[in-house]
Write a protein that binds this ligand. Structure first.
Ligand code: SF4
Ligand code: SF4
Length: 351
């Protein structure tokens, strides 16, 4: 990504995954935050895609610390559900549940990711996790500005992953039937009906061999070769494989990157829209751009919001000082703007 964006990745220190920021500390009080996750899942109520080259990378990692995670990949391969030349895709049953169960995110242990390791909630495929997992954070240093950057990066990486995985399939050429199954013809009927194989995986050797074409029986070699070929790619190669869509997404990711690296404030600010939970001290817990990242505002800061009515920021700060004796430093004002609590008046939303 340094090659694509021209600089280092922003750090999201507030998403403390090793000691999940969204899980109540043992014996702690969960009443203070807007959303809490179950420690049995944290935010990992998700079934990731493991693209073919990522499966290859994970199987190739024979370090002892990767062993437990590697076993979770082996289990997915052995089950054979939604496994093929593109890699391990989310199973149809999981996809259905994911779309239909409300309130499952971070809360339903049976929706836990197959690669979530119960000992302290480690990710078993961290070194080759897919783009959704690599770009999702519950909290952002730069609030909404950060979230929008990661969302753009996710779009870019998702397109890159797909393009690279499809290129691998073409390069390794499992045969026309496999290609046709990945790209159904115009006459193919899309169906939402699940079959027994969607629950139980392939039951016969023929069913198991079907997604592999001429690679049947050599699936591990396929993944190893996928990993070896993709490791040799530079970003400029990925850009070429992804075509114009990837180039457009790269440009938009760069725009979002510049924004997250910039500390410039709008000249004028007004109060945005947010949810508001009063706290006993007269302050409030304010939820603006995402439910998992509320801000606690003191009574003084809450009161000072009234000065931001679209007048220049410098005048709003001066009025707060003169009328309330409250000095609002520029870092605080920028934080309020990053979180969408203060917004530039009548500007279009960030793309
Ligand atoms: S990103 Fe997920 S695991 Fe990390 S701190 Fe947030 S909720 Fe916890
Ligand atoms: S792959 Fe890792 S980060 Fe992604 S959902 Fe699973 S355990 Fe969480």
């Amino acid at each position: 990504m340094r090659e694509a964006l021209g600089g280092p990745m922003p750090l999201e220190r507030r998403a403390t995954c090793a000691d999940c920021a969204m899980c109540p500390a043992s014996g702690g009080d969960a009443s203070d935050d807007a959303v809490f996750f179950d420690p049995a899942t944290a935010c990992c109520t998700y079934m990731p895609t493991l693209w073919n080259f990522q499966v290859g990378a994970l199987l190739a990692d024979d370090s002892p610390e990767a062993a437990e995670g590697r076993r979770t990949v082996e289990a997915r391969l052995a089950a054979g559900l939604a496994v093929g030349t593109l890699g391990c895709l989310p199973t149809p049953l999981y996809e259905l549940a994911y779309r239909r169960i409300e309130g499952a995110f971070g809360r339903v242990p049976s929706m836990r990711c197959p690669h979530y390791l119960p000992d302290g909630g480690r990710c078993g495929v961290w070194r080759a996790r897919e783009s959704t997992c690599a770009t999702w954070f519950c909290k952002h240093e730069r609030g909404e500005v950060g979230k929008l950057f990661w969302e753009r990066l996710h779009q870019l990486l998702r397109a890159a992953e797909r393009a690279v995985a499809e290129w691998v399939v073409l390069e390794l050429d499992p045969g026309d039937e496999v290609l046709a199954s990945l790209h159904p013809g115009p006459g193919a009927v899309a169906t939402s009906v699940l079959t027994p194989a969607d629950f139980e995986g392939p039951r016969t050797p023929t069913e198991r061999a079907q997604p592999w074409g001429r690679w049947a029986g050599r699936e591990r070699d396929f993944f190893a070769e996928a990993h070896a070929r993709v490791t040799r790619l530079r970003w400029r190669d990925v850009r070429r494989l992804g075509g114009v869509e990837l180039q457009a997404l790269e440009r938009l990711a760069r725009v979002a990157y510049e924004r997250v690296r910039s500390s410039r404030l709008p000249a004028r600010l007004t109060v945005g829209s947010f949810d508001f939970t009063p706290l006993p001290d007269g302050g409030a817990l304010v939820t603006s751009y995402i439910a998992t990242d509320p801000l606690r505002l003191s009574p003084m800061v809450l009161a000072a919001l009234r000065f931001f009515d679209g007048r220049p920021v410098a005048r709003a700060r001066a009025a707060s000082e003169a009328e309330d004796g409250v000095s609002l430093d520029s870092a605080l004002v920028r934080r309020l703007a990053d979180f969408g609590i203060l917004v530039a008046p009548e500007t279009p939303p960030i793309a």
